[in-house]
Design a protein around this ligand. Structure first.
Ligand code: SF4
Ligand code: ZN
Length: 328
């Protein structure tokens, strides 16, 4: 590539056009962690003494997030949701990467099985529902993540959404002028009536930047895309946004950060009259209607929610062989 690290003058492994910054591996890790710390503090994501759970999927973003939080001193635990997606053994492979990583950093990992908790894995719920696969899966994941965090006493739920994810969602919401979604799109969603705080500490990094962080730190992650993702609109939108970025470097970050600083508040005001939430008459979780969207979908798809079925892997600090590359 031929770039020189701006900080130590060594050989750069990454050049970030939008920051006009080339860095070597060591300086990149330091820079990355600094950015995460900055996002956490600026966006009021985490406070002293709070318990944080990281939703991990076995992909580069969520594993990098868990790694970074651990490096920054947060005693984060992991939550893996076994979706039971069997094509190409997708769920099996992603679980394997997650379990291996949790052992490496010696942190507890909680595994929730969708099939055991609802009676059917995601593909069966998709077949029985009128929603798209990602809509069913997203609904199930959001429900399980929040319910798990509440039932297990976590204050904060962290997810690995990166800049590309956030910008694609923003564009999609803006294309349809989804005012409610625009009002709530933020790297920090404060806790409220039955919902824990949700944070996205990697929101300033592109997919490439989180992948480079994972590779430098020797994190083995699942590279296969979910078999359902091929028809996801998000992938299409990400392609368009990458073309814009190529022509006008920095557009993605600017689009998103300017939305946060200038526009989001307007949508929030518009939504000021809050939706009244009440306990779902079936599962008691907060809902805008008598029966929540999760329970309606599960019933329609012929499933039955019997409570979260959780397996916990302790991975205590005393386990041997549990070190990441940069901790050696
Ligand atoms: Fe779920 Fe869609 Fe993501 Fe696959 S791509 S894991 S179906 S949300
Ligand atoms: Zn419900």
């Amino acid at each position: 590539m031929g770039y020189i690290c701006k900080l130590c003058k060594g050989r750069a492994v990454i050049y970030m056009h939008h920051h006009r910054l080339a860095l070597c591996g060591d300086c990149y890790v330091v820079w990355f962690l600094k950015q995460v710390r900055r996002s956490i503090s600026e966006m009021k994501m985490l406070f002293k003494g709070e318990r944080v759970i990281v939703a991990v999927s076995g992909g580069k973003d969520s594993l990098s997030l868990w790694h970074a939080l651990s490096r920054l001193g947060y005693e984060a635990e992991g939550l893996y949701i076994d979706l039971g997606i069997g094509f190409d053994s997708y769920s099996e492979k992603s679980k394997e990467c997650t379990v291996e990583f949790a052992k490496k950093i010696s942190r507890p990992l909680h595994i929730v099985s969708v099939k055991e908790s609802i009676g059917k894995p995601i593909p069966a719920l998709v077949r029985g529902s009128e929603r798209s696969p990602c809509s069913v899966c997203g609904l199930v994941k959001r429900y399980i993540m929040n319910r798990f965090a509440i039932e297990h006493g976590f204050d904060v739920l962290a997810t690995g959404h990166n800049l590309d994810d956030e910008v694609a969602t923003l564009l999609s919401n803006a294309l349809h002028w989804q005012i409610g979604y625009l009002a709530r799109q933020s790297p920090t969603l404060p806790e409220r009536d039955g919902f824990v705080r949700r944070i996205k500490p990697l929101y300033r990094f592109t997919e490439k930047e989180t992948a480079v962080y994972a590779i430098i730190n020797g994190i083995r992650y699942i590279e296969d895309e979910c078999p359902y993702s091929t028809d996801a609109t998000t992938i299409f939108l990400k392609g368009i946004l990458n073309q814009i970025e190529e022509r006008m470097p920095g557009s993605k970050l600017q689009f998103y950060t300017n939305f946060l600083s200038r526009a989001r508040i307007l949508f929030e005001r518009e939504q000021a009259q809050k939706v009244n939430l009440r306990p779902c008459s079936i599962c008691s979780m907060p809902s805008a209607e008598e029966v929540c969207a999760f329970c309606r979908m599960v019933e329609r798809a012929g499933g039955k929610f019997v409570g979260l079925k959780v397996t916990k892997l302790e991975n205590s600090q005393t386990d041997k062989g549990a070190r990441t590359k940069d901790e050696e």
